[in-house]
Design a protein. Sequence first.
Length: 474
Amino acid sequence: MEVTEQWWTLASAGLLLVGLGFIADQLVFLLAAAGLGAWLVGGAIAASQSFTTQQRQLSVSYTLDTTTILIDTAAELTLRVSRPSAAAQVPVVITVEMPPGISAVTGNPAVVLGSGETSQTTTWTISPSVVGQFDFPPAAIMIGDRYQLYNVTLPDTETPTLTVQPQTPELHVGQGGTGVQNAYGQHRSDRPGPGVTTRELREYVPGDDVQQIDWNATARLGETYVRETEGETDRQTLLIVDHRHRMTAGVDGGTMLEYAREVAGGIAQTAADNGDPLAFSAVGSEGITTQITAGTTPQTYTNIKSALYDLQPTAEASTQGSRSAPQARQLADRLRGDTSPFGTALSAYVEDQTQYVQRFQTDPLVSTVRQAQSTRGSDGIIVLVTSDRDRAKLREAVKTAVQGDSQILVFLMPHCLFEPPALSKLDELYDHYRAFEEFRRELERHPRVSAFEVAPESRIQRVLAHRQATGVTQ
């Protein structure tokens, strides 16, 4: 509970009376000061009791017209306040603060109920400037007393949440320039088992579970029948999304990471629609940055989508001084037989090829896939969403993934289709795209690997149109 300026004025008057009483040696001034002090204390006790009653009788509705919007679009925030007329003797002010990244377009959200007012409804327009999930802070309820000496600010219990999604890019997902509708795929179980959808009604045979007996059908048909149901899917999916610095290629609003986020969000939604257990790992320059264990609850899917919105590119790890295996072997051959101190010292670094192998083993994407294989079992689906920037390490990641029985889906952002200057030289761009397509097909040679290109629709269409215009065959 806080005191107002009017309280300080009365308190100052009381101190003045005390001072006059001592200076003038008049008891009447001291008695007046004591009476004023007692009145202020009594008013504080009454105000405290009034505040408790006011909060209990006050109804506050703090809502948004939607729970999900796109960035740089608008939503409406509505604040409704009501109270019974018997509790309308004191003023009430309700204020709402915006979380960082969201601003009020139409003024400062606040509702004021003066003495005698029982209800008020006000709506504001708000707009987000960043992507993510935002929990609005509780509305602040400030209640005063009838003498305007005290007030208290209390939090409301209702706090809305708003999810802000990026603008949908002109998305192409396909193979060799041909789009696909649902790369993740719709599916149903093809085996009998416990479930909710009837698969078949058939006669009982020895060995059937007695709990499957359909007693209604048995009574109706005179023979023992069992009812088989569709087995619930247990296809576990691990979604791995790359958000290293290489994913910044592209223009504002159309970077690789934004396209990766869009594809991964669609996969998460499809898994939710199918009821598939879904796990998530985000890969940064130093390894896994976010990890969510597999689950089928709505909260699991919501957490994964929120994690996707929060992904930001990580700083590029230093690769200074690295060399390929052929380069190391060539340098080792040149140093062989060199007995000088310099040659002896340098040969120790180039003769051992272990360091080159470790570059693959310590690659964040490769190590994430390896960890997944060791902890999640061998079956299910592994979905990789990344770029083709380092094809050798990506090839190693896919090779690691197929060591189990998992099905592998690879969604690749071709770097050549995201560089802004690329369209100025269509012949060169098409050559790069052909090289990418050869790499994509190479990954698909394994029967359990499906690889898809993810790119801006307009760019890939322009590349394909150039191919047709020049008569080049792929």
